[in-house]
Design a protein around this ligand. Structure first.
Ligand code: PSU
Ligand code: MN
Length: 281
């Protein structure tokens, strides 16, 4: 990983909260390994991020990955300090992964969906949003996780001056669906235009950028299942909300949401690698 960066070669960072908390076994490792393979197939170096024994790690071995998958705490940006001092381990969210990637000089990150403003709980706003305003990293995602209020999430990204680029689309995708009815701030077509737009945004003083990639398929009934899960889990708050809601949608969809979740994360990783390659070409 360090060698690739030194030689000015493209690197794509991957978060691990999706491995530790977001997806159940065996889908979590399937997603993590699938992302690394997809990135390598594009000739790009993957760098999976986590905290192990209190060290910020950029690039994990398969044994490290299994450690994260077999049970780990969820680590956002604010948790990094305490974890380092306790020499503990943890799985990094998009926010924490962006922070660590930026420190390492990595500008591309792939995930399933970013965090955002929760439905019915507008006071619960993911630290992913604030981190996007701070760290100069492009986050490739299928929009925000379906369990969120997309309209409020996009409003907040606008306030934070974070560009939301639609990758070959005019609408922000809704994670398990290609359409949400909410417009992106700009559309880019193809890896070259995306790479040029990222470079221009950074040259113009911008920091984090959301690159919204449509998911490879639509999950039928996704919205109804989400509404039901949100209603059932209404009283929850804090970092457990996201994993609980995703688990409930998985149950309601008979596991179909899990397969699509894995597919869309791997798809985002591949697109991130293609754009990273175009950026360094
Ligand atoms: N995308 C997924 N599943 C996940 C996540 C993203 O498909 O579990 C994780 C990401 O790590 C994201 C985090 O940063 O959920 C957001 O959690 P919160 O809403 O608590 O900020
Ligand atoms: Mn939250």
């Amino acid at each position: 990983m360090a060698a690739a960066l030194e030689r000015g070669r493209p690197v794509v960072a991957l978060e691990t909260s999706i491995v530790g908390q977001g997806l159940p076994a065996p889908h979590n490792l399937r997603a993590a390994r699938g992302c690394e393979i997809a990135i390598r197939e594009e000739g790009v170096t993957p760098a999976t991020v986590a905290v192990l024994d209190g060290r910020l790690r950029v690039g994990l071995s398969d044994a490290d990955l299994e450690r994260i998958a077999s049970g780990s705490v969820k680590v956002s940006s604010r948790d990094l300090g305490p974890l380092i001092v306790r020499r503990a381990a943890g799985a990094t969210t998009v926010a924490a992964t962006m922070r660590v990637a930026a420190m390492a000089g990595v500008r591309f990150l792939a995930t399933g969906g970013i965090g955002g403003v929760h439905r019915g709980h507008p006071e619960d706003q993911s630290a992913d949003l604030e981190e996007l305003a701070r760290s100069p990293v492009a986050v490739f995602c299928a929009g925000a996780k379906i369990i969120l209020d997309l309209r409020l999430t996009l409003e907040l990204l606008e306030s934070l001056s974070v560009p939301v680029l639609g990758y070959g689309i005019d609408e922000f995708p809704a994670f398990y669906s290609r359409r949400s009815g909410c417009p992106v701030s700009a559309r880019v077509d193809g890896a070259d235009e995306c790479a040029s737009t990222l470079r221009a945004s950074w040259d113009a003083g911008g920091r984090g950028v959301v690159v919204a990639v449509p998911p490879p398929a639509d999950l039928e009934g996704a919205e109804e299942m989400t509404v039901r899960a949100v209603a059932e889990i209404r009283d929850l708050s804090g970092p457990d909300v996201t994993p609980r809601l995703l688990a409930r949608v998985a149950e309601l969809s008979g596991g179909r949401s899990l397969d699509l979740n894995v597919d869309l994360v791997v798809n985002n990783a591949r697109v991130a690698a293609q754009v990273a390659r175009a950026f360094f070409a």
